[in-house]
Design a protein around this ligand. Structure first.
Ligand SMILES: *Cc1c(COP(=O)(O)O)cnc(C)c1O
Length: 397
């Protein structure tokens, strides 16, 4: 009965279309739904307030939207989870997971392994949610767990240095405490954290899932009993995904594996070339020899991914300015290649200790490899790197 990933990605979330007599999923933009039987409508509302995934009527689009629900069904299937809950952004999804696992349970302590996305790091460090965080190395998680620990939060590959964390080992260390894994960089094509024991699998849908740089979204895949509180939170806080975004995300899933695998092949080729470039001091890419000390590529991850980080000998700002094809921009996972300076942009708000343990050095650049031809990308990188070296030698003189 279970089909391969590529087959599921094409057909998931479309089970009701034949019954409806249509081929493409409909885009339902309704904010409200007629409920001639108000008692039945009230019952539906009560079911949503209890965290139900569906009811006799959506009632109101902050409670439910059929277009978004199709995307959720599809993503849950691809992550091999019972359910998925979509949010207005990755940060809204991450916030909801902290609220569900910590605030709703009264367990206000979080253990997190750096590096993680700069926004998540800042959310935890800011104290906004009233949570206390212990930053731990991936082998120090067990020692950091306390009776009031509500969640262990990890990201693998970690943003921006692509450090791999052994998910199954962290799950064992966490014991009864649920583990959340930000799976944005790996995508369900390369990694399924729930299969390794993660309680929550989080994606910024803005990245590879959307894949075309035109959708802001977040999604959490988990078991149904963890999904219900997330839906309750989404109704209360209003952090809902717009139906058009749900439509575009669902539309993008059938090509997700094609996009990720093609970008990954290009990234692997560029990483090898960058590693021997005279203007590069270090390349961070899980697929390079010696980069994956724990042997997680091939075991935990089905491939090294399409993100590369590298440290330049010259001025990273000069290198970025000299690029002609690769877009200097934050974000990632789009069809076009993007490059950015983590210390100045995505991880600017991470404190110095966090930058140190996370390996976020001043000369580090992070590149999201897109679907352009590998020779064109290499030519652009090479000429910009040489330009950054030339400027460096001028300054040195
Ligand atoms: C972008 C990103 C986020 C935040 O997602 P938004 O959709 O921008 O809110 C979280 N985690 C990772 C790994 C990301 O790259």
């Amino acid at each position: 009965m279970t089909h391969a990933f590529a087959t599921q990605a094409v057909h998931a979330g479309r089970a009701d279309l034949a019954f409806l007599g249509i081929h493409a999923p409909p885009l339902d933009l309704s904010t409200t739904y007629p409920i001639p039987d108000q008692a039945l409508g009230g019952q539906a509302l009560a079911e949503f307030a209890d965290g139900a995934a569906t009811a006799a009527s959506p009632v109101y689009s902050r409670l439910h939207n059929p277009t978004v629900a199709r995307f959720e069904d599809a993503l849950a299937q691809l992550e091999q989870c019972e359910a998925a809950v979509a949010f207005s952004s990755g940060m809204a999804a991450i916030t909801a997971v902290f609220q569900a696992a910590c605030m709703m349970t009264g367990k206000r302590h979080v253990v997190a392994v750096r590096p993680i996305y700069g926004g998540t790091d800042h959310l935890l460090a800011s104290g906004l949610l009233g949570l206390e965080v212990t930053w731990a190395g991936q082998d120090e998680v067990a020692a950091a767990i306390r009776p009031d620990t509500g969640l262990v939060f990890i990201e693998s590959p970690g943003n921006p240095t692509l450090t791999l964390t052994d998910i199954a080992t962290v799950v064992i260390q966490a014991g009864q405490v649920p583990v959340a894994v930000d799976n944005t960089f790996a995508t369900p094509v390369l990694q399924n954290p729930a299969q390794l024991g993660a309680a929550y699998v989080i994606h910024s849908g803005t990245k590879y899932l959307g894949g075309h740089g035109d959708v802001l979204a977040g999604v959490v895949a988990c078991v149904e009993h963890r999904a219900a509180p997330l839906r309750q939170l989404r109704i209360l806080t209003g952090a809902v995904l717009h139906p058009l975004s749900g439509y575009l995300l669902h539309r993008g899933l059938p090509t997700l594996a094609l996009r990720v695998n093609a970008a990954q092949a290009t990234a692997a080729s560029l990483a090898v070339r960058l590693a021997v470039h005279s203007a590069v001091s270090k390349v961070h890419y899980p697929g390079l020899p010696g980069a994956d000390a724990r042997g997680l590529v091939g075991r935990q991850m089905r491939g090294p991914g399409a993100m590369i980080a590298f440290e330049v000998l010259g001025d990273p700002a000069v290198m970025v300015k000299a690029l002609e094809l690769i877009t200097p921009a934050v974000s990632l996972g789009s069809v076009d290649s993007l490059i950015e300076h983590p210390a100045g942009l995505t991880h600017r708000l991470v404190d110095e200790a966090g930058k140190d343990t996370g390996g976020i050095t001043p000369n580090l650049l992070r590149m999201s490899v897109g679907l352009e031809d590998v020779s064109d990308l290499w030519r652009d990188l090479d000429q910009a790197l040489l330009a950054s070296r030339v400027r460096e030698s001028v300054v040195a003189v």
